[in-house]
Design a protein around this ligand. Structure first.
Ligand SMILES: [Zn+2]
Length: 236
């Protein structure tokens, strides 16, 4: 099992480099005992970066949870037992952190007014697209969402990350709003991300304060089938 160094709390999301040991190696991938690299999941792309070790170094081109937490490498992999220094491409990751935190805010804004759930999301560097259901929006609604998101962002809200038991999380977050029924029943402890009063289980990386998000600008609204609406926005 790989230890995820970014999981612990909001501060841990800012770990940009770390030391780890190769526990398993393929031709072009390694598994480490610990990592600060985010593996693709939950709509957040994987980190990229570099691994450096005595006598070698190579780029990390992607990280996947399939078959263990595999760091896929551009060059040849270091052998099992090698101690490595990992460095994350920070600009890219920080863009994902801003996008992920803003996603919590827009999901809460849409839920609070229309009780529409977030049913899909893809995050990019300081950009995101999110699907809501059931939801149909006018241009006026879109403008209102943008304004309300920016109003909440500008309140400089602290983002908190901590663990709760499943029962506590269900009570506080609301099973329906956060799609908690989709989480396997075997998971008893959940990592909670709290932005203001809104709490949601989430395994992604986030900024510590909404002041780091920037201004949310909705660039597209599309209908994706009956009562399903997709919103695409950038952070500027
Ligand atoms: Zn999140």
């Amino acid at each position: 099992m790989t230890e995820f160094l970014y999981m612990k709390d909001a501060e841990a999301c800012y770990i940009k480099d770390f030391e780890g040991t190769v526990t398993k190696a393929g031709d072009d991938w390694v598994i480490l005992d610990r990592t600060a690299f985010y593996p693709e999941g939950g709509g957040q792309p994987s980190d990229t970066g570099r691994l450096i070790w005595e006598g070698g170094s190579t780029r990390v081109i992607s990280v996947s949870k399939k078959g263990g937490v595999r760091h896929y490498l551009e060059g040849a992999a270091p052998v099992k037992g090698t101690e490595v220094h990992g460095i994350i491409d920070w600009e890219r990751r920080y863009g994902h952190m801003r996008a992920h935190t803003s996603q919590h805010i827009i999901s809460a804004v849409v839920w609070d007014r229309w009780q529409a759930k977030t049913v899909g999301n893809q995050l990019y560097k300081a950009k995101a697209r999110i699907d809501f259901h059931p939801l149909k929006l006018t241009q006026e609604d879109v403008e209102w969402i943008e304004e309300e998101c920016n109003r909440r962002i500008s309140q400089n809200i602290e983002v908190q990350i901590y663990e709760l038991s499943r029962e506590e999380a269900e009570e506080k977050a609301g099973v329906e709003r956060c799609n908690m029924e989709l989480l396997p029943k075997s998971i008893r402890k959940l990592r909670i991300v709290q932005v203001g009063d809104e709490i949601c289980p989430c395994a992604g990386t986030h900024v510590r304060n909404t002041s780091e998000i920037g201004t949310l600008k909705i660039i597209k609204k599309e209908s994706k089938g009956k009562m399903r609406t997709r919103i695409t926005y950038e952070l500027v």
